[in-house]
Design a protein around this ligand. Structure first.
Ligand SMILES: [Zn+2]
Length: 113
């Protein structure tokens, strides 16, 4: 399950930030997870506590902001939120779209004790 290795790398990132902030324990971690990131928020919630065991993030609250897919269509200049994994323009069904949001997988904020 790749959410476990993602959890491990999140904890590494958070630990680095913690060092810079010279903080103690992490109480809460907030993430942006885009629908195109390939990450399942449920699986992440399940794996994270296992990966966090014995680290400064043990028992920390994991908050996940699910970011919907937002595309920009260069045919009709529409910027629209779309459902489903295929970025098609909802206005003109054009395929000449650029993904504006939905690929995020990053730490937004940390609450440090
Ligand atoms: Zn369009």
């Amino acid at each position: 399950m790749h959410e476990l290795s993602l959890s491990v790398s999140l904890i590494e990132q958070a630990t680095e930030i913690l060092k810079q902030e010279s903080g103690g324990r992490v109480l809460a971690l907030t993430l942006d997870v885009g629908v195109l990131s390939g990450v399942s928020p449920e699986a992440l919630q399940f794996c994270f506590p296992q990966a966090a065991h014995g680290t400064a993030l043990e028992k920390c609250l994991l908050k996940i902001n699910e970011i919907p897919l937002l595309v920009y269509c260069s045919d009709c200049q529409a910027e629209e939120q779309v459902e489903g994994p295929y970025p098609l323009c909802p206005s003109c069904q054009g395929v000449d779209v650029a993904v504006r949001k939905g690929r995020e997988f990053n730490i937004v904020s940390m609450e440090i004790e």
